[in-house]
Design a protein around this ligand. Structure first.
Ligand code: FMN
Length: 191
């Protein structure tokens, strides 16, 4: 397996050490090399690392995401419906393509030795108004980014989760071979 895929975890213990500009350049360069329907590249990223923007984005975090306040960088991931390749049968690909780009960004960040943790627990409206994101753009996720930090700043539940076993559905429930079937080959426990 690609080592960064194995290594990546949604960790929360972050250092506030800044991320060098050239590292961020490589991460965003990886993001935009993702494939997209019709090559529409419907993703838009706002790399937030300066004040007053960083503090304003942190103010939009939900309470449970308190740990993200340590982050020196937050990447705001956006798209808009107009950028969709919009096949005639109504399928939608803008969010899908943007997710592919977000994962490229996350895996490159892991390669750079960073934690990169996507979250949904924030107020999109507050992020929008803090950064001047136009109303026709959807704010999909924030990628919380930083070098690994001290787990003692986390609550007990999050401290335990830091190096917990990975929880995944049984493989046969989510991967089928040749035809749709819930009784695929037994691959054993997946942790
Ligand atoms: C779209 C999305 C939203 C998420 N939202 C949050 C969040 O608000 N807070 C959080 O701590 N983790 C969040 N996560 C992280 C997941 O909980 C985590 O990826 C999952 O438990 C699997 O763990 P792993 O990434 O370490 O394998 C989110 C992940 C995704 C992809």
């Amino acid at each position: 397996m690609i080592p960064e895929i194995e290594k990546r975890r949604a960790r929360r213990a972050l250092s506030d050490k800044p991320v060098p500009a050239e590292v961020l350049e490589r991460i965003m360069g990886a993001a935009v090399l993702a494939p997209s329907c019709f090559n529409n590249q419907p993703w838009r990223f706002v790399v937030v690392e300066r004040e007053p923007y960083l503090t304003a984005v942190k103010a939009a975090l939900s309470e449970n995401n308190y740990w993200a306040k340590q982050a020196p960088v937050i990447i705001v991931v956006c798209t808009k419906a107009d950028l969709d390749c919009a096949p005639a049968d109504g399928r939608e690909y803008a969010s899908f393509d943007t997710g592919l780009a977000a994962q490229n960004c996350i895996l490159q960040a892991v390669k750079e030795g960073l934690v990169a943790h996507p979250i949904a627990g924030f107020s999109p409206d507050n992020v929008r108004s803090a950064l001047g994101i136009p109303p026709d753009f959807t704010v999909i996720t924030l990628i919380i980014m930083g070098y690994p930090g001290n787990p003692s700043l986390l609550n007990e539940k999050h401290r335990k989760a830091e190096n917990s076993e990975r929880i995944r559905l049984p493989r046969h429930q989510v991967v089928m071979y040749d035809s749709w079937s819930t009784s695929g080959p037994d691959t054993g426990p997946v942790v």
